[in-house]
Design a protein around this ligand. Structure first.
Ligand code: SOE
Length: 389
């Protein structure tokens, strides 16, 4: 069996989640290729060596360019902040590697366009490129997409999508890279709003064609970051400006005409990682809640009136997406399983010579919606059309 040798660039929170994916996928699923966790790359030699030992990477390194130039690397997995996605992904594609890139694809539309062009050129030589919108691979979300495509809700008339976290309610939470435009591109909008834009487009099979929105930075200055990097850093002396949004609320129009309400916020006190989506149609409705991720809620408008009401579909049957490789019915999955399924689908696509989704084109489409929300917010929430590709 061929071996796919992986280099992961970055090793923070997402690096840990991706490592679990690379480690578990070949153990739980019957993959058509071997996966080797060859090298993890980071700037701090000691810290990245520790991460390698902890997560099971064979080696660590400090120079991603040297790693990408190596012949013994097939896949480059990018889990760095958004400001380095374009440079690393384009270099990796030009070196003939397959690329998995964390979401959002880039910090700007222009970067995402260049990444898509590089992916298109590399595809001619067999390289695959995929964006890490991992929640597509929560079994209940995949099922949600399948059921809508089968027509169980009929014509989609409205969608409500929200991603709510609260890790910034504390005004002393430090100025991590996610709060700096030059590193993250935008705030809640790009970090978690990107997920609900992608999920809406994925489950409905429609594109967001126009938006009207508002963004807000609620706490404008924060303590500088001492140690740590992501959601759990500690503060140092001094304060700096927050240069991204804390919350974004916007309305969207889908290509099929349906209206969507979106909310992405890091100020939803008490909501730790709440992603909800509800799709309403003329025959029924389907709803998903990440905090109850082994299920869907289904309302069947065509059922007899006395039997109508939202009912729970427990998405743990062997017939449900991805489940047969795991546990018997009723034995739950969690946050990390999406990262395992992402590896499964990427490896299968590379083996089959197919394009793994989400493609860079889909990543670019999300980037265009993010940019349109910012443009609308800067223009008193004027309706803003998303330019056709
Ligand atoms: C932080 O908001 C974060 O880690 C996101 O960056 C991830 O994409 C999401 O899965 C969990 O929250």
């Amino acid at each position: 069996m061929t071996a796919l040798r992986v280099a992961m660039i970055g090793y923070g929170f997402m690096g840990a989640a991706h490592s679990v994916g690379w480690r578990q996928a070949p153990r739980v699923f019957d993959l058509p290729a071997d996966v080797e966790m060859t090298v993890v790359v980071g700037r701090n030699a000691d810290a990245v060596a520790e991460a390698a030992a902890h997560w099971g990477w064979a080696e660590s390194a400090t120079d991603w360019r040297e790693v990408i130039a190596r012949d013994d690397i097939d896949i480059v997995d990018i889990v760095t902040p958004g400001d380095s996605h374009a440079e690393i992904a384009i270099a990796a594609l030009e070196a003939g590697k397959h690329v998995l890139c964390e979401k959002p694809l880039a910090n700007t539309v222009e970067e995402a366009e260049r990444m898509l062009q590089a992916a298109a050129r590399a595809a001619e030589h067999g390289s695959k490129a995929m964006v890490g919108f991992t929640y597509r691979r929560v079994p209940a979300v995949t099922l949600l997409r399948d059921l809508i495509a089968e027509g169980v809700v009929g014509t989609v008339q409205q969608v409500r999508a929200a991603y709510r976290q609260d890790w910034l309610v504390d005004p002393e939470a430090p100025l991590a890279w996610r709060l700096q435009k030059e590193h993250a591109g935008s705030g809640a909008l790009g970090d978690i709003g990107a997920h609900i834009i992608d999920m809406t487009q994925f489950v409905t099979g429609q594109s967001v064609d126009a938006v009207s929105g508002t963004v807000e930075t609620i706490v404008k200055r924060r303590p500088l970051l001492g140690s740590g990097s992501g959601l759990s850093g500690t503060a140092a002396e001094g304060y700096g400006d927050v240069t991204v949004d804390d919350a974004a609320i916007f309305t969207g129009r889908l290509s099929g005409g349906a209206l969507v309400s979106f909310e992405a916020t890091r100020f939803a006190t008490g909501r730790k990682n709440s992603l909800t989506i509800e799709v309403s149609g003329d025959r029924g409705a389907l709803a998903f809640d990440l905090e109850d991720l082994n299920s869907l809620q289904f309302y069947d408008r065509t059922a007899d009136a006395e039997r109508q009401g939202f009912t729970k579909i427990l998405v743990t049957e062997a017939q449900h997406p991805y489940i047969s490789a795991w546990w018997p019915a009723g034995h739950m999955l969690g946050y990390e399983h999406g990262f395992v399924h992402q590896v499964v689908d990427l490896v299968q696509a590379i083996h089959d010579g197919a394009d793994p989704h989400p493609t860079f084109a889909e990543g670019l489409s999300v980037q265009r919606v993010l940019a349109a929300v910012e443009e609308s917010a800067a223009n008193d929430s004027a309706w803003t059309r998303i330019a056709a590709p």
